[in-house]
Structures are given as C-alpha cells and as structure tokens.
Design a protein around this ligand. Structure first.
Ligand code: IPM
Ligand code: MG
Length: 349
C-alpha cells in the first residue's frame, strides 16, 4: 500500500513525522511511504502550491496523509498561488467530497474543554462536511467595481441536488453505524441553497427509515454545540458551515490539536489530515500536539487501508498516553511533540 506523505507548512512536518513513527512502530508491514512538497513549501521549491508531481503522487497513492498548509509570507500572493489552494485543489481533483470529522472527548481532557466538564463529557459526534462544493468552489466569484465605483467582492453559494444527495447518504450511513441520529444543518430560513439542501435530505431519508432525522439552522447549531453538545450524534452540513462548526466542536473537546479527519471520494480513497492549521507561530519549536495527525493515521488505516485492527491499536494507545498524563502546551502540559509521540509508541499494544 502506497501512502503519500504531504507534510506542508508550519507544524505540518513535525506532526507528520510523529504519525509516521507511530505507523512504523505498528510493524504491520506492507506500508510504503513517498513524500512530496505541498502548500507554501511547494511554492518556495517549485513556484506552485500543488506541483504536478505532488498531484500525481496523490493520485497514485492508496491514501494520503496530509499535515497542514498556510504560510503568512504567502498571504500577499495571487490567490491561485496561495498555500490553501493546494488542499482545495487536492479535494477537488480527487473528488474528496465527504469529510468526516469525529469529535469526542477523551475523559482525561474534560477539564481542558472550553465547556464545563459535565457538559463536555457527553461530546461524541461526527461532523460530516461536504467538501467539494458550496461557496468554496461556486462560480462566479471575484472582485469588481460597482456602478458607484466602489470595490465589491462576490462569491457564489450553490449546490445541485446530486451533490446534496451523495453527502446526505454518507451522513445517513454514518448515523446508521452509530447511534442512529442525523441532524442536517442549514440556513433554509434565508438561503435558497439551503432550502434545496433540506428538500433533498428529506427525500433521501426515505431510504433510511431506521435513522432519526432532524434539521437545525446553523446559528442555532452553533449555540447548541456549546449549550448541549451531547445531543448530537451525526451532523451533516455544507462546506462553509462544516468548516466553522468543526473548529467550534474541536475546542469543546479540549484542543483543536486533538481532532483528526478523513476526506473520502466515492471509491473509498482518502486524504487524512488534522483539522488544525499550520500554526506558524509555534512551528519548529516542538510545541505542536501530534495527536490529531496520529489519530488521522488511524482513520487512514480504517477507511482506506482495510486495517481496522491497527487503527484500534493506535486509538487505544492515544487514550492510554493521555491517561498516563501526556499533555502538550495546547493542553497546559509540558511535553514536546516528540515526547508525545514517544508516549503513544510506548503504549502501543
Ligand atoms: C479546513 C481548513 C481549510 C478549509 C483551509 C485551510 C482552506 O480550514 O480544512 O477546515 O477552509 O477547508
Ligand atoms: Mg477549517
């Protein structure tokens, strides 16, 4: 099995290095790693954030382990050269439309949550975010001058019914494998895109009589996520709302440094990445929490490499490391990125 390693910018290389150490320590054989530059690092090396050779590796690989992209020194570049275009391009080119972002609280971290421990303890949800449509990719978009000569920016929010139906199915299937409850989040009281979204989700629900479907406006969902996050099992939502709600959910679990993600296409091929960004302010200092990336590697083993047994071992080792006191700076602890990796490896069964 070929695993493409795309470390990217900022803390990306540090956290990917720890995930690779953990994968090696599993000693399951059959994993071949190949690395390529992406994001600002690739722009520096080749003049483009997603070079053809990197995209080619991503296409050839059975799965992709991705660090993070984003580099303040690239903020002034034209948009198509910015690091973020690399991850957006990979998602689009590989058709990775289904983004699974599990958020659950490790019991040891209840005190680290931004919420009161008794509220935080109940968090165990998956956010299913649509990843290749919406205002992220809609056309037209751009900048122009108004009739009054004012500068104007515009972006197009759009979904067609096929795009909504296929992510809705992922949401229902995910709910079916868990507690059987799906909450579709939209803004149907204001947006046409969201009204279509809601109509299509209801149509698809006819095939999933065993799943309990509810609908929530995104503003209310943001509020409910901090008021009573334990009510959510699976949330399915569009690209923009999912981006925002998943960052919020991560802080409710203690740290954004804890949450992994899987981005899947319709063949099960996947890109796996921590939901946090490149954190340039702490890059290279050994302060990054590698657990979100290590847990992303576990998701990779489960969803793309057919090694659920090895995924279970990693997840158990992370839980054991946390129970044993492993804490990086993000959780108020003093362990370095490498020390956290050491502790996970020591706990591997
Ligand atoms: C994420 C990130 C990306 C997004 C950025 C880096 C383009 O915030 O994966 O959530 O907005 O999707
Ligand atoms: Mg985001």
């Amino acid at each position: 099995m070929l695993v493409a390693l795309l470390p990217g910018d900022g803390i990306g290389p540090e956290v990917i290095a720890q995930a690779v150490r953990v994968l090696d320590a599993l000693d399951i054989g059959g994993l071949v790693f190949e690395e390529a530059p992406v994001g600002g690092a690739a722009w520096r090396a080749t003049g483009h954030p997603l070079p053809a050779a990197t995209l080619d590796l991503a296409r050839r690989a059975d799965a992709i382990l991705f660090g993070a992209v984003g580099d303040p020194e690239c903020d002034a570049l034209e948009r198509h050269l910015r690091p973020e275009q690399a991850i957006l391009g990979l998602r689009k080119e590989l058709g990775l439309f289904a983004n699974l972002r599990p958020a659950r609280l490790f019991p040891e971290l209840a005190d680290a949550s931004a919420l009161r421990p008794e509220i935080a303890r109940a968090i165990d949800m998956v956010i299913v975010r649509e990843l290749t449509g919406d205002v992220y990719f809609g056309q037209p978009r751009g900048r122009r001058a108004t009739e009054d000569g004012l500068r104007e920016g515009y972006d197009m929010m759009r979904y067609d019914e096929a795009e909504v139906a296929r992510i809705a199915r992922v949401g229902f299937e995910t709910a079916r494998g868990r507690r059987g409850r799906l909450c579709s989040v939209d803004k149907a009281n204001v947006l046409e895109t969201s009204q279509l979204w809601r109509d299509v989700v209801i149509e698809v629900s006819a095939d999933y009589a065993d799943v309990e479907l509810s609908h929530m406006y995104v503003d209310n969902a943001a509020m409910q996520l901090v008021r009573n996050p334990g009510q959510f099992d699976v949330i399915v939502t569009g690209n923009l709302f999912g981006d925002i709600l998943s960052d919020q959910a991560s802080m409710c679990t203690g740290s954004i440094g804890m949450l992994p993600s899987a981005s899947l296409n319709d063949t099960g091929k996947g890109l796996y990445e921590p939901i946090h960004g490149s954190a340039p302010d702490i890059a290279g200092q050994g302060k990054a929490n590698p657990l979100a990336t290590i847990l992303s590697a576990a998701m990779m083993l489960r969803h793309s490499l057919d090694r659920a047994d090895a995924a279970d071992r990693i997840e158990a080792a992370v839980a054991a490391a946390l129970a044993g006191g492993a804490r990086g700076a993000d959780l108020g602890g003093g362990h370095s990125t490498g020390e956290i990796g050491d502790r996970v490896i020591a706990a591997l069964g």
